[in-house]
Design a protein around this ligand. Structure first.
Ligand code: 4NP
Length: 150
């Protein structure tokens, strides 16, 4: 039997977009009966150890997702060997991850909204969490369909 795919969601602070993506993905994968391992991280370490932003927790809870066990951490070079797929929320995150990526690392690295190649906009300052959650749910649906085909 194939090992469950290991997926890492990455944004800037790891308190808004990537923990939401993580929470949606694990819930939808469980619903689909798909075995996965998931985590999230930030390219920056300012919020390391913090729970998700309370606005992210609130929108998640309103849609039936629980983020209360998640804590922020900074992405590391070792993550490129620990995960099969690393998904960047926006192009800036993708560029930062490309610079960090060790030569010959195994993880596939790409934008989360694939193949659309759109950014998931940062809701930290503009508060558009509901729009972000909608994009994340659409992206996760696509991702699960892809993993089910693999
Ligand atoms: P995230 O949002 O990358 O979606 O977690 C942000 C959270 C915090 C900051 C920026 C973006 N910040 O600058 O502290």
């Amino acid at each position: 039997m194939n090992k469950p795919p290991r997926v890492l969601f990455v944004c800037l602070g790891n308190i808004c977009r990537s923990p939401l993506a993580h929470g949606v993905f694990r819930a939808q994968a469980a619903r689909a009966g798909l075995m996965i391992e998931a985590d999230s991280a930030g390219t920056g370490g300012w919020h390391a150890g913090d729970p998700p932003d309370r606005r992210a927790q609130a929108i998640a809870q309103a849609h039936g997702y629980d983020l209360s066990d998640l804590r922020a951490r900074q992405v590391t070079r070792a993550d490129f060997d620990r995960f099969d797929l690393i998904l960047a929320m926006d192009r800036s995150n993708l560029r930062d991850l490309q610079s960090l990526r060790p030569e010959g690392a195994r993880a596939e690295l790409r934008l989360f909204l694939h193949p659309a190649q759109d950014d998931v906009p940062d809701p930290y300052y503009d508060g558009r969490f509901s729009h972000v959650l909608e994009l994340l749910e659409q992206g996760v649906e696509r991702l699960i369909a892809e993993l089910q085909r693999a």
